[in-house]
Ligand binder design. Structure first.
Ligand SMILES: Nc1nc2c(ncn2[C@@H]2O[C@H](COP(=O)(O)OP(=O)(O)OP(=O)(O)O)[C@@H](O)[C@H]2O)c(=O)[nH]1
Ligand SMILES: [Mg+2]
Length: 268
């Protein structure tokens, strides 16, 4: 995870731009969902060359604020700047913009003539649905990049330009989540980085109960469904509907702000 020099072997993916296009990039913005930074980073790491990178923790409004601070400090201690940015509302954007402007000034200062100055080229990279296109729009002050609450919305890599000092390569969620199994898959499902047909809602909901209500009883979900009136004919709780609603409530922060992994888990 530590930053290192060089362009070590990088996995390829049909949605990733060709190496030539990557050579144009001045800095990589590595987006990680603030609720699952470790899983986000582990998934994306093999696809990315290890050049200049900045970590952006997205959806901090849904994560535990203390854990988000721990994560940004952790990335900084590894030598990479890190910012928590709410890509939907823009909170935290100014710090990131200041940093990018300073990078551009540094690059410009090395050029022999102002005629050679050009926009800073950044590439956004990270798991599906993490907020890449939302961040592109925020940074450019446009709505050019299609965004939405569904993994896999951006289908190909696109350079986006605005009037400002940036050119942005928005990419699809190119991380291959189909191979992910076990707890990582449950976390990605909870954060909605994988589509609905690729996980079992009951398995994900039962996993989340352990995280958000660790002292919750075995019947926690049944009571949750009953309280919402999700009752089938005959009086039994509609567990599938309950689990889907519970997961949605987690995703939208209605259960509170939770981070599912801490920097201390990195050794594992
Ligand atoms: N609560 C919250 N929602 C966010 C934040 N950033 C993005 N979103 C929402 O997350 C969803 C996905 O945003 P996108 O920008 O389309 O994400 P993406 O990474 O481009 O997704 P793909 O192109 O599908 O890989 C949208 O509904 C956004 O409004 C954030 O910081 N907080
Ligand atoms: Mg997108």
């Amino acid at each position: 995870m530590a930053r290192s020099k060089g362009t070590a072997s990088r996995k390829t993916h049909p949605g990733l731009p060709a190496k030539k296009a990557l050579d144009l990039v001045d800095v990589f913005l590595f987006l990680a969902d603030a609720r699952i930074p470790l899983t986000s980073v582990r998934l994306a790491e093999p696809y990315l060359s290890k050049r200049r990178r900045i970590y952006v923790l997205t959806k901090p409004d849904l994560a535990d604020p203390e854990a988000t601070s721990e994560w940004t400090e952790f990335f900084a201690s590894q030598g990479s700047p890190a910012f928590a940015v709410n890509c939907k509302r823009g909170d935290g954007l100014s710090g990131l913009l200041r940093h990018l402007k300073a990078m551009k000034a540094e690059i410009d200062a090395k050029k022999p003539s102002v005629l050679l100055h050009r926009p800073l080229r950044i590439m956004l990279f990270g798991p599906p649905n993490v907020g890449k296109s939302s961040l592109a729009n925020r940074l450019l002050g446009t709505t050019k990049a299609p965004f939405g609450a569904k993994p896999g919305l951006t289908r190909s890599s696109n350079w986006l330009k605005g009037r400002g000092f940036l050119e942005i390569l928005d990419t699809p969620g190119v991380v291959d989540t189909s191979l992910v199994k076990g707890e990582a898959q449950l976390k990605l499902a909870a954060a909605w980085a994988i589509p609905e047909n690729r996980y079992d809602p009951e398995e994900v909901a039962r996993y989340l109960v352990e995280k958000v209500a660790p002292t919750g009883k075995e019947e926690y979900l049944e009571e949750y469904g009953r309280a919402r009136g999700f009752i089938r004919e005959g009086g039994a709780v509609d567990i599938e509907r309950t689990c889907k609603t519970f997961i949605q409530d987690f995703r939208e922060g209605r259960l509170g702000r939770f981070t599912l992994e801490a920097p201390g888990e990195l050794g594992g």
